[in-house]
Design a protein around this ligand. Structure first.
Ligand SMILES: NC(=O)c1ccc[n+]([C@@H]2O[C@H](COP(=O)([O-])OP(=O)(O)OC[C@H]3O[C@@H](n4cnc5c(N)ncnc54)[C@H](O)[C@@H]3O)[C@@H](O)[C@H]2O)c1
Length: 332
């Protein structure tokens, strides 16, 4: 076990959204590192909360099925925690446009409830916030650095910026130990596979495994940085184990190599050994929130923690296909 993982031995760690994709993968790694892990998850049907996700650690974690908007619950669960990985939020770009007040309720009001709980009941806790590449909107220059302006194209992105800024206000005014990790497109085991509202590469994997047709909008040339989920889990762990360089900072992650949607889709089809794709015109609801190319310079995070992505896409897709073929009944 590395020094960075040993850091967690005996540490008390809370994860919101702990039964979802990023939260459950992180919980498994933390239990392995010897942390005492508590999970809070509202299991809202649209999202990726899934009991099976924590099957490998079922009785080794404390689970609260509850909402971050429940102040009484949050006040109680933050007490005594050394670290809080705050990952449980509204995640759908599309739904934030059709139901903006719902997005505000979870991603603004809900986040404030979490920060208030930390302020009053766990003032020494290090809060690591799951931010998103969507906070930047359409890039003015690539590769993007953390100094790039933030002009999101959807309500979800705006509220993710707001919640990050609330965190930095609490850091300044109340001394909250806060880090924002702006995550790029992540794929791999334990994602919801029921719809394509978010987590697009995972959705493409499902379509390919079903031998269905993947619709690529426009010419499919827009580029993205992708990360395999184990690399994102490692980024969360390093963020927590390097407070001397991460507290008070925002970082983003990025992949080893930007790839177009078309290239990525061809890799998905090859990994699945089935499926097809077609180019189709942009639907209005997608076109209006599309950000164009996203290519990130993650060197700030590398300098702070030593992190670099290690799982190449061919390998990440191979592992993902293997997982979903084996456990299909729990995700389809
Ligand atoms: N997966 C990615 O590619 C990616 C990229 C950028 C940012 N993010 C951020 O990471 C976070 C989680 O993403 P994910 O991919 O793990 O999604 P997910 O849907 O798999 O997990 C989110 C979990 O949070 C829970 N949740 C939602 N609202 C809640 C609430 N009000 N109270 C308690 N729990 C609640 C859901 O039930 C779900 O289990 C989101 O905040 C998202 O903005 C993810």
């Amino acid at each position: 076990m590395s020094e960075d993982h040993r850091f967690y031995a005996g540490k008390k760690v809370l994860i919101t959204g702990g039964l979802g994709f990023l939260g459950s993968n992180l919980a498994i790694a933390l239990v392995k590192a010897g942390a005492r892990v508590t999970l809070v998850d509202a299991m809202i049907p649209l999202f990726g909360g899934n009991r099976f996700n924590i099957d490998p650690i079922g009785d080794e974690v404390e689970v609260h099925i509850g909402d971050i908007r429940d102040a009484e619950l949050m006040d109680e669960v933050v007490k005594g925690q050394d670290l809080l990985f705050h990952i449980g939020m509204q995640t759908s770009h599309i739904d934030s446009m059709s139901d903006p007040l719902w997005d505000i309720d979870i991603n603004c009001r809900g986040n404030m409830i979490v920060y208030e709980a930390v302020r009053h009941h766990a003032p020494d806790c290090h809060v690591i916030y799951a931010g998103t590449r969507g906070q930047y909107g359409v890039l003015r220059e690539t590769p993007v650095t953390e100094e790039h302006c933030m002009l999101p194209t959807d309500i979800y992105g705006v509220n993710k910026v707001a919640a990050e800024l609330y965190g930095f206000v609490y850091a300044r005014a109340h001394g909250m130990r806060f880090t924002s990790l702006r995550i790029s497109n992540t794929y791999g085991p334990r994602h919801q596979m029921k719809h394509g509202k978010y987590g697009i590469l995972n959705w493409f994997l499902r379509l390919a495994l079903d031998d269905a047709t993947i619709s690529l909008y426009g010419d499919g040339a827009q580029k993205r940085d992708y990360n395999y989920v184990d690399d994102v889990t490692e980024a969360f762990l390093l963020c927590g184990s390097h407070p001397e360089t991460t507290v008070g900072e925002a970082f983003h992650l990025g992949g080893d190599e930007p790839r177009s949607f078309k290239e990525t889709t061809e890799m998905v089809l090859a990994a699945a050994g089935s499926g097809h794709y077609e180019l189709t015109p942009w639907p209005d609801e997608r076109k209006s929130i599309e950000t164009g190319d996203f290519v990130a310079d993650h060197s700030k995070f590398t300098r702070a923690t030593g992190w670099t992505p290690t799982v190449e896409m061919e390998e990440g897709l191979r592992r993902s296909v293997e997982y979903y073929k084996k456990y299909r009944e729990h995700y389809w």
